[in-house]
Design a binder for this molecule. Structure first.
Ligand SMILES: [Cu+2]
Length: 307
């Protein structure tokens, strides 16, 4: 009886522990937070706002469950073996050298696990690199150390984004516009909501990387080459990213800020930019920034309540 219990114990414990860990990880992964940037103490990834980012999150969750299950299983197996087959409890070791069933099992099971991981992995990779027909194309150019964004199909104007200083961030926050230190920029990239945006990425000097986590977009900016990524943002708001290729002294200070707005606001803004009416374009953006800040304050208050 005891023997049988001992035999079954590691497996029962493994499943129990795994269920407990999944239950604990659940709320953390589903945690709702204001989109666009990481929060202090955040454990999961930034909120996903594009179909690709959602797919990345599901894949991340799946692989995490598999990794945790394997780690727990191996740990419990080792503890059991140390206990059950120690010199005092098992003075005469078995001389078995081959066990066909066991050998087949420890080859086939890992292969099956890899297949389970490979299928969604290839699917995700394929979706990331199958570009749906674009509604808007932006050319992002990395510079040491700031980003330029050109709108070739909107009259080819350029938006140059430089990081705001701490003083500028404090000033904006006083006005009620939430600006994030080390992430907020003077000129944000503006895109319409629910539209397919292609980003053609290149660099003027060294290798940079155009990354916006909430979009699941991350692609190297290589001088003399054009790489690309695409996204379709489902929510309005401002979504931050950073250069993600070590590019030199101010690598940490060349953030990317993409503001997703309604189609109407985008058309108004791009019309003003096309007409070189910088003042009107700024007015449109200041208004939308304040509107969205109000929406985000409500969203984060709700997130606070549910936490
Ligand atoms: Cu860079």
């Amino acid at each position: 009886m005891l023997k049988k219990m001992l035999k079954q114990a590691p497996f029962a414990m493994a499943t129990g522990l795994l269920a407990l860990m999944c239950a604990a990880a659940g709320p953390a992964l589903a945690q709702s937070s204001p989109p666009g940037h990481a929060l202090p103490g955040q454990t999961g990834m930034m909120p996903a706002v594009t179909p690709i980012a959602h797919e990345i999150h599901s894949f991340y969750d799946l692989t995490n469950i598999i990794i945790i299950a394997i780690a727990v299983f191996v740990l419990l197996l080792m503890i059991y073996v140390c206990y059950r087959f120690s010199a005092s409890r098992n003075p005469v070791p078995s001389t078995t050298t081959h066990h066909t069933l066991l050998e087949v099992a420890w080859t086939v099971i890992p292969v099956l696990i890899l297949v389970v991981i490979a299928i969604p992995s290839f699917k995700l990779l394929m979706n990331q690199y199958s570009y749906p027909k674009p509604d808007l194309t932006i050319k992002a150019i990395g510079n040491a150390w700031f980003w330029e964004h050109q709108y070739p199909d909107q009259g080819n104007f350029t938006v140059t984004s430089n990081m705001l200083s701490d003083e500028e961030v404090a000033e904006l926050n006083q006005k009620g516009v939430p600006a994030i230190r080390l992430l907020a920029v003077d000129n944000e990239v503006i895109v319409p909501v629910n539209k397919v945006v292609h980003v053609l990425v290149t660099s003027n000097d060294v290798i940079h990387n155009w990354t916006v986590q909430s979009f699941g977009s991350k692609i190297d900016a290589v001088p003399g080459r054009v790489t690309s990524t695409w996204f379709q943002a489902e929510k309005e708001g401002v979504f931050y990213g950073q250069c993600s290729e070590l590019c030199g002294m101010n690598h940490a200070f060349m953030p990317i800020a993409v503001r997703v707005v309604s189609e109407q606001v985008f058309n108004d803004w791009s019309g003003a930019m096309k007409a070189k009416d910088k003042k009107k374009a700024k007015e449109i953006l200041d208004k939308v920034a304040l509107d969205q800040a109000g929406v985000q304050a409500v969203a984060s208050a709700k997130a606070g309540e549910t936490r």
